[in-house]
Design a protein around this ligand. Structure first.
Ligand SMILES: NC(=O)c1ccc[n+]([C@@H]2O[C@H](COP(=O)([O-])OP(=O)(O)OC[C@H]3O[C@@H](n4cnc5c(N)ncnc54)[C@H](O)[C@@H]3O)[C@@H](O)[C@H]2O)c1
Length: 281
């Protein structure tokens, strides 16, 4: 018996990357999964993979920033699978990242669109899921946050603020609906090498980011999916309202003192901490 036998999950942004890995992990443990993505063909490809592994999934083409579309998503999930027990709020407006600049250089439209998708979209999905979970005696929600919601950056002002707000939304939800047996946690990944990031980050940037982790490998979508599955499952029955980092130790150290070589001893001789922290190829 898988941990999600008899359960119905909605995973947003499940057509690619971390969301897809989460959808596959839930389906592999017996859950029936609604694969919701703004990219309809990516959603269909994910459900085809689940079906090929004898799992059950339904693809829906949906923008989580659209309140009506979100309502229709949950109505369809209920009609098709009988209810909703699990929700992974994973979709995020990643396409805006290159335009998401420092505070004085930021286009307010980028701020508004980022908040509309990441934060308001997550809220919309939670508002649809909560009554359905209550009707089934409880449920579990994971909100996909980011390490960038926990530390400052030279850019990505809107993204970071939206993720920090998602952490608090998770705590509020956990506080308000814990009595109804609904748990809610946030997961904060560091650098996770999805296909999108592999195509976007050149080798120099990848090496630079890796040097700021404590573990000597990149994060994979499956690493995050394993944590999400744990938090959704009864194994995490007494865990709620938490933000759990999964970042290879990126936020666990003072970056000027430790680099990806794990110790000062691993640095080339004579190299200062400051030099080690700056990108170079
Ligand atoms: N990859 C990382 O290093 C990393 C690090 C920290 C946090 N995260 C978070 O993990 C989540 C997934 O990131 P990823 O790297 O797997 O992204 P990705 O770009 O690989 O996949 C995101 C998916 O979401 C879909 N999507 C985008 N906007 C949507 C919308 N409005 N409605 C529905 N679907 C939408 C996309 O079509 C895509 O299939 C995001 O919330 C992101 O902020 C990722």
């Amino acid at each position: 018996m898988g941990r999600f036998e008899g359960k119905v999950a909605v995973v947003t942004g499940a057509g690619a990357g971390i969301g897809k890995a989460c959808a596959l992990a839930i389906a592999r443990e017996g859950g029936r999964v609604v694969v919701a993505d703004i990219d309809g063909s990516a959603a269909i490809a994910c459900t085809a993979q689940i079906a090929a592994e004898a799992g059950h999934a339904l693809a829906l083409d949906i923008d989580i920033a659209d309140a009506q579309a979100v309502a229709a998503l949950f109505e369809t999930a209920e009609r098709h699978f009988g209810g909703v027990d699990l929700l992974v709020n994973n979709a995020s407006a990643m396409h805006l990242t290159p335009h998401d600049r420092a505070i004085l250089d930021l286009d307010l439209a980028v701020w508004d669109q980022t908040m509309a998708t990441n934060l308001r979209g997550t809220l919309l999905c939670c508002r649809q899921a909560i009554p359905r979970m209550i009707a089934r005696g409880g449920g579990a929600i994971v909100n996909m946050s980011s390490c960038q919601g926990l530390s400052g950056d030279t850019a990505q002002t809107s993204y970071a603020a939206s993720k920090a707000a998602m952490n608090m939304l998770s705590a509020s939800l956990a506080t308000q609906y814990g009595h109804a047996q609904i748990r809610c946690n946030a997961v904060a990944p560091g650098l996770i090498m999805t296909e999108r990031l592999l195509a976007k980050l050149d080798e120099c940037m990848q090496r630079h980011l890796r040097r700021h982790q404590l573990l000597p490998r990149v994060g994979r979508p499956e690493d995050v999916a394993t944590l999400v599955a744990f938090l959704l499952s009864d194994d995490a029955a007494f865990i709620t309202g938490q933000v759990v980092c999964i970042d290879g130790g990126m936020l666990a150290h003072v970056p000027t003192y430790a680099d990806g070589g794990n110790s000062r001893a691993a640095r080339p001789s004579g190299e200062t901490a400051e030099a080690a922290a700056s990108p170079r190829c």
